[in-house]
Design a protein around this ligand. Sequence first.
Ligand SMILES: [Zn+2]
Ligand SMILES: [Zn+2]
Ligand SMILES: [Zn+2]
Length: 256
Amino acid sequence: MESSSFPAEIIHPARLGCMLRLVEHRTGDAAVAFQCDGCMLPGEGTRYTSVVDNHPTHLALHTSCALATPTLQHALVKGTMELRHEAPAGGAGVCSACFETVRGFHYYGSRKTGKGEHPKLHPCCARLPVSIAVQGGLTFELRAEVSHRCTGCRAIEWYYRPWCYRSTNSPDHRVYLHVKCIREIMESPGGGGGGGAGDEDDRVVARLLERADQSSKLERRVCKILVILVRVVVRMLIGDPTALLTEGVSAIVSPW
Ligand SMILES: [Zn+2]
Ligand SMILES: [Zn+2]
Ligand SMILES: [Zn+2]
């Protein structure tokens, strides 16, 4: 998905008459951080902002939130999901994929999961690829049900169940990472601001090794692949549509 294929101007999906204009993030420019007024989560780079002449920007939306279709069929969710612009009544509920609270735009599944909950997804999380192939390395599949410890937190599926990326290599050498843990690894102390991409990669490797327990013996080669996975997933979570192109990975994204 290239940002140049996004419409230049649209009407705000939840505010009548509010025009939004596409602001593209260009390679080489420092990405501007913002809070999305749709899903209320952080964003970075390409976004839609409100158009007010001679005024500073008031609103910013992820492209995934601004262009979210009214309904969605997701490979990991039974039935059709419907876009809602407000948090669920009572403020309850977390996103099935990333486990962050749903505070604004989200997709809502009418059919309950086996655990008796209505599935919910942030628009950016709904766009996470269901499969990511890292060049010369591993392929990762997005899974809702995983019966193995996550490399990032050691928690076992069942009582703790955010969606997880699982590598498709032989079962003895599989790697598991919760979408939630991927976000935490990137946001952990020492992150953000300063340092080049190389420093950031070293930091992510350090965090992975710190979190992985001794028995998992993460090889250096696998760490390098996981860094790419972490980077792609985090950039998808913050709404950067160019992430998949620039990291040299191939991915299968759920159709809208
Ligand atoms: Zn958003
Ligand atoms: Zn989410
Ligand atoms: Zn985890």
